[in-house]
Design a protein around this ligand. Structure first.
Ligand code: 5RP
Length: 219
């Protein structure tokens, strides 16, 4: 199976976690895009979705799925999204698609985070994938210097402006042995909007696509 076929398999498998009549939290990226296709097949059974990016909103609306503003929604049963890396503790690096801040907000609201990923995303220690950090533009150089003090090598993601009007620094050279502590430390830097470490609030369920099919891992 190709990597995209594995992503498709987990995207469709996530439908099992969608409760009819509810509003569903929807992530961003190529794996989440398969989940949106799957959601389109049951669109008459759900009330709608809350979306983590303009790109996902466009796709949801294109399939005729109503998209709600998060401020109109009190609770979400599930949030379904991909990851760039996931460790055995169900902590993740996210933000490869620059949507990390909205993703983290919706994940915070949802009762359950369902991570959908192909098996290449599984790691023992987070950090081989450069850690995305969304930063207010005027703080770019300051935050980059502080990230160097934390042991990283930040790289400005050229030509990318997030849906919130900010920039992304991708931090290389990290071996993240204490993800919760690093998440707290980076989030505390003035100018940082969000770090793409999902450690304090990790996934509750991971659907991992591999050659033997979709494996379900629960916390
Ligand atoms: C977007 C994300 C994505 O979930 C992550 O980058 C994985 O992407 P893909 O499913 O395309 O491999 O965090 O900000």
């Amino acid at each position: 199976m190709t990597q995209d076929e594995l992503k498709k398999a987990v995207g469709w498998a996530a439908l099992d976690y969608v409760t009819p009549g509810t509003i569903v939290g929807v992530g961003t990226g190529s794996t989440a895009a398969h989940f949106i296709d799957a959601l389109g097949s049951i669109k008459h059974q759900i009330e709608g979705a809350v979306s983590s990016s303009e790109a996902s909103t466009l796709k949801l609306k294109g399939l005729g799925i109503p998209v709600f503003d998060l401020n109109e929604v009190d609770a979400l049963a599930v949030y379904v999204d991909g990851a760039d890396e996931i460790n055995p503790q169900m902590q993740m690096i996210k933000g490869g698609g620059a949507a990390l801040t909205r993703e983290k907000i919706i994940a915070a609201v949802a009762d359950k985070f369902i991570c959908i990923a192909d098996a290449s995303k599984q790691v023992d220690v987070l950090g081989a994938f450069p850690l995305p950090v969304e930063v207010i533009p005027m703080a770019r150089s300051y935050v980059a210097r502080e990230l160097v003090k934390l042991g990283g090598l930040p790289e400005y993601r050229q030509q990318v402006v997030t849906d919130n009007g900010n920039i992304i620094l991708d931090v290389h050279n990290l071996s993240i042995v204490n993800p919760t502590e690093l998440e707290r430390a980076i989030n505390a830097l003035p100018g940082v909007v969000t770090v793409g470490l999902f450690a304090a609030r990790g996934a509750d369920v991971a659907l991992i696509g591999g050659p033997d099919g979709v494996k379900t891992i629960t916390k």
